[in-house]
Design a protein around this ligand. Structure first.
Ligand SMILES: *Cc1c(COP(=O)(O)O)cnc(C)c1O
Length: 357
């Protein structure tokens, strides 16, 4: 029996997808490959409510985050942060020699449109980064509202890490004015890691042409050149691409996008109700994630022991708190293709182990 993953990435992968990934290789300079590429393209655009091209990166999500800040900033970048992954985006920006400042909010607390407006009114910035679903604290930021503020300022690009939210919660890339919306496939898509996707706006491509190129592998105009031929710039992770096509057909044509979002909403609600009954939910109310729950360990249980027992006795794994929040919090993911039975099952098992009624 394999270990079932209730972790916020990597997530549980359906057997059908693993089988699709075992198909014989297709050469990436053939029409057959381009057909697969196009199948993926139309469905990703549907999923993201966008007409913008959606590029494929053979890298984990971090590569796409690096691509955003190395292509999209000419002047100075403002990295909005209220959790670990957003802080990491600031490090990525700085490590690449891109001028940047951190708007440093407490973890799990909301960043308000006023805070962003204040910063942008200085005129210092031409790009803003934000994490949609902050996996370290189980928080969903109001990207729509922040996007409005960013787009009120002329020529400021808005780049969003939607890694653990995309394919689990609604993101309207065009209506929300997002210039780059990126994610890796090992989270709510429910695929093995190795591929990232990102929608890219015309404005961002224009900006990238003006920026001293800081990367070859993640150079957006180069990727765009090949995208127009329905190809990738370099040899892609072909098995992951087979898996992604299979899963997008399932998401868009079989389950239905809205049904998928509604399922994530319902399942996260079940975990949050449980957390409120026995523990507490960590982030600010009103911003609870729809794809994972970060539980505040108000009972002082040993999270490590709980997980050890879940793994060894029940073939299920949850996640401890992120970084310094280990043992103070723990995280249960309802991402990808988990069902109500799965979620109720893991919660009942936790109750059993902890003797909760
Ligand atoms: C997992 C995660 C990342 C890092 O993703 P990799 O695919 O491991 O590079 C970045 N941001 C968020 C919000 C994540 O959840």
């Amino acid at each position: 029996m394999h270990e079932k993953l209730f972790t916020p990435g990597p997530t549980e992968v359906r057997t059908e997808l693993l089988q699709a990934m075992a198909d014989p290789q297709v050469h990436h300079r053939t029409d057959e490959f381009s057909e697969i590429y196009d199948d993926i393209q139309v469905r990703l655009q549907e999923l993201l409510f966008t007409k913008k091209p959606v590029f494929l990166f053979t890298s984990s999500s971090t590569g796409a985050m690096e691509s955003a800040v190395t292509n999209g900033v000419k002047k100075r970048c403002l990295n909005l942060a209220n959790g670990a992954f957003a802080e990491r985006w600031h490090k990525i920006t700085v490590n690449n020699g891109v001028p940047a400042d951190l708007l440093d909010q407490d973890w799990g607390r909301a960043i308000t449109p006023e805070m962003v407006d204040d910063k942008l009114s200085t005129g210092k910035y031409d790009a803003v980064t934000m994490v949609f679903n902050e996996t370290s604290v189980g928080m969903m930021n109001d990207v729509e509202k922040i996007g409005e503020v960013v787009n009120d300022h002329d020529d400021v690009l808005f780049m969003v890490d939607a890694v653990s939210g995309m394919a689990g919660a609604k993101i309207e890339v065009d209506n929300w004015g997002i210039d780059m919306c990126l994610a890796g496939v090992q989270k709510a898509f429910g695929l093995p890691s190795g591929l990232a996707v990102a929608s890219v706006s015309e404005r961002l491509l224009d900006r990238a042409e003006e920026v001293e190129p800081r990367s070859y592998y993640f150079n957006l105009p180069l990727l765009h050149k090949y995208h127009k031929r329905s190809q990738t710039r370099t040899t892609p992770a072909i098995p992951q691409i087979f898996g992604l096509r299979e899963q997008l057909m399932h998401i868009v044509d079989e389950e239905g996008i809205e049904n998928r979002f509604a399922r994530h909403d319902r399942l996260s609600g079940i975990v949050q109700d449980w957390a409120k009954k026995y523990f507490d939910v960590f982030p600010e109310e009103g911003y609870w994630s729809k794809t994972l729950t970060c539980v505040e360990n108000t009972r002082g249980i040993s999270v490590a022991d709980l997980n050890e027992e879940l793994i060894s006795q029940h073939n299920a794994r949850i996640a401890n708190g992120y970084g310094d929040m280990k043992e103070e919090t723990f995280r249960i993911s309802n991402m990808a293709d988990l069902t109500e039975i799965d979620i109720r099952g893991v919660l009942a098992t936790i109750n059993d182990i902890l003797g909760l009624e």
